[in-house]
Write a protein that binds this ligand. Structure first.
Ligand code: BES
Ligand code: ZN
Ligand code: ZN
Length: 482
């Protein structure tokens, strides 16, 4: 689909649907030549989320969709994002091919943020995964007319929305079509799209030389080789900060020899959602850039049972020299992240390091599907991410890592064990505690996205069983804020 950006002075072109927004008590500005009955633009019709269709009496549009935003005093980014998504969804239901948004007013909002939210909503609301079944053609063109002050926000929002949709496409693609090698292919595509993005691939032979026994222990049971993807974004001018983003890219988690029950095993195609988020962030960086040098690391592997697979009780040696007793092969995310985190810290020496991983079922119990759990070694960095979560409506909630949790992860045979004892509880915290052994001094936060990566509640621009692309909007916001 094509997204076009235009000013309010530009002439409107022919489209199936015209979308206009209205706030209660505020006069609506219509494009030249469009006339609507007065009753359409008043009172109850403009309650938040309310939609009204009318045939256009004149002008270049067949139908006009009026979308209520409610009271100006209660308007925010999330409402705008949802309204834009709803407009796109409603229009495509009526088998329209082209939609024009006319945003004649800024409704008292910061124009950049208004443009960003509407553009994000329009792009995210138009996401569809049409690769594996016949489906209706859907929208072909969305045109956004805004005040010139909102223009840069619109282009930014389009890029961020597209990054989010890229992450979702990778998430939703089944595991037989999104293998570790496919993750590499996607990273390559992004790096080729921008001269500021480069790519290094560490393959299994290189991992062996580097001593990444922890990562390799996870791919041992699969015929698909594992990779450690390393993407680098360098700004044209001198970078302000260096940030490492590390995403779990487990393209299918069967549990390995500690096999998962089959009922919901198919959902484990989503176990690469952290990696998808990092790729989505780089897609955005490739088009809109950043003041910071950003490194993306994605350890990517399958976790399958096989004669060569790692067995419960096996001991493996990680890149940082610690020996790990693998008591449960289903706690594999922490094993691939361990090597990626210690490698990233040692090679890059970043100012901050953030990992995203669908790490524990326990975080779904604790926080459900609307929130990401955050823990780490630096409260200020956790707060920065919680704040980014508030601004983007990708909610982040702090969880503790206690000394007790770290003690729990010490092994009887090896230095560490990959699961805690049966009576400890706090499964997300002990997962984070395990990871803490692979980070030294760098301010670091672990985001457990096992709940927020898919299955979220309906928000018009995302929701339901499909992936959410969580992390893309959050981390882009974080990078802009530091
Ligand atoms: N990928 C799973 C975590 C997960 C489970 C994500 C359910 C989303 C929904 C992870 O690799 C895993 O299996 N974790 C285990 C850890 C346990 C063995 C300590 C878990 O959460 O059960
Ligand atoms: Zn697992
Ligand atoms: Zn997993």
């Amino acid at each position: 689909m094509k997204f076009l950006q235009k000013s309010l002075k530009a002439k409107t072109i022919k489209a199936d649907v015209l979308v206009i927004f209205g706030c209660i008590g505020k006069k609506i500005k219509l494009p030249l030549g469009v006339n609507l009955p007065k009753s359409t633009l008043h009172g109850a019709n403009l309650e938040s989320g309310k939609i009204r269709y009318t045939d256009s009496l004149s002008g270049p549009f067949q139908q006009v969709l009026v979308l209520g935003l409610g009271k100006v005093s209660e308007l925010n980014q999330e409402k705008l994002r949802r309204a834009a998504a709803l407009a796109v969804k409603e229009s495509s239901k009526h088998s329209s091919e082209s939609v024009t948004f006319w945003i004649g007013k800024n409704f008292g909002q910061d124009p950049f943020l208004l443009g960003q939210a509407i553009a994000e909503g329009a792009v995210m609301g138009s996401y569809q995964l049409n690769l594996f079944r016949k489906s209706s053609p859907g929208l072909k063109r969305v045109t956004l007319h805004t005040d010139d002050k909102a223009k840069s926000g619109v282009s930014f929002g389009l890029a961020v929305g597209q990054g989010n949709c890229l992450a979702r496409r990778l998430q939703d693609t089944p595991a037989n079509k999104m293998r570790p090698r496919d993750m590499v292919r996607e990273a390559r595509k992004i790096s080729k799209s921008s001269t500021n993005v480069s790519l290094k691939i560490i393959d299994e032979a290189a991992m062996k030389k580097l001593g990444m026994g922890s990562l390799l222990s996870v791919s041992a049971g699969s015929s698909e080789p594992a990779y450690l993807i390393h993407m680098i974004y360098r700004p044209k001018i001198k970078a302000k900060k260096k940030v490492c983003l590390v995403g779990k890219g487990l393209t299918f988690d069967s549990g390995g020899i500690s096999l998962k029950p089959s009922a919901r095993m198919h959902e484990m195609k989503y176990d690469m959602s952290g990696g998808a988020a990092v790729l989505g962030v780089f897609d955005v960086l490739a088009s809109v850039g950043s003041d910071h040098e950003v490194h993306g690391f994605i350890p990517t592997s399958e976790n399958l049972p096989d004669a060569k697979a790692t067995k419960p009780g096996d001991v493996v040696k990680a890149y940082n020299g610690l020996q790990i007793e693998v008591l449960n092969t289903d706690a594999e995310g922490r094993l691939i992240l361990a090597d990626a985190l210690s490698y990233a810290e040692k090679k890059i020496k970043p100012d901050s390091m953030i990992d995203l991983a669908t790490l524990t079922g326990a975080v779904v119990v604790a926080l459900g599907h609307e929130l990401t759990g955050a823990m780490g070694n630096n409260d200020a960095l956790i707060k920065e991410l919680v704040d980014a979560g508030k601004r983007t409506s990708e909610g982040v909630w702090p969880l503790p890592i206690l000394d007790l949790h770290k003690e729990e992860m010490r092994g009887a045979v090896g230095d560490l064990r990959n699961i805690s004892g049966p009576a400890t509880g706090a499964g997300s915290s002990t997962g984070g505690a395990f990871l803490s052994y692979f980070v030294n001094q760098t301010p670091w936060v672990h985001l457990d996205i096992a709940g927020s990566a898919w299955g979220a509640s309906e928000r018009d621009y995302q929701g339901g069983e499909k992936g959410t692309g969580v992390g893309v909007r959050l981390l882009i916001d974080y990078l802009r804020s530091i």
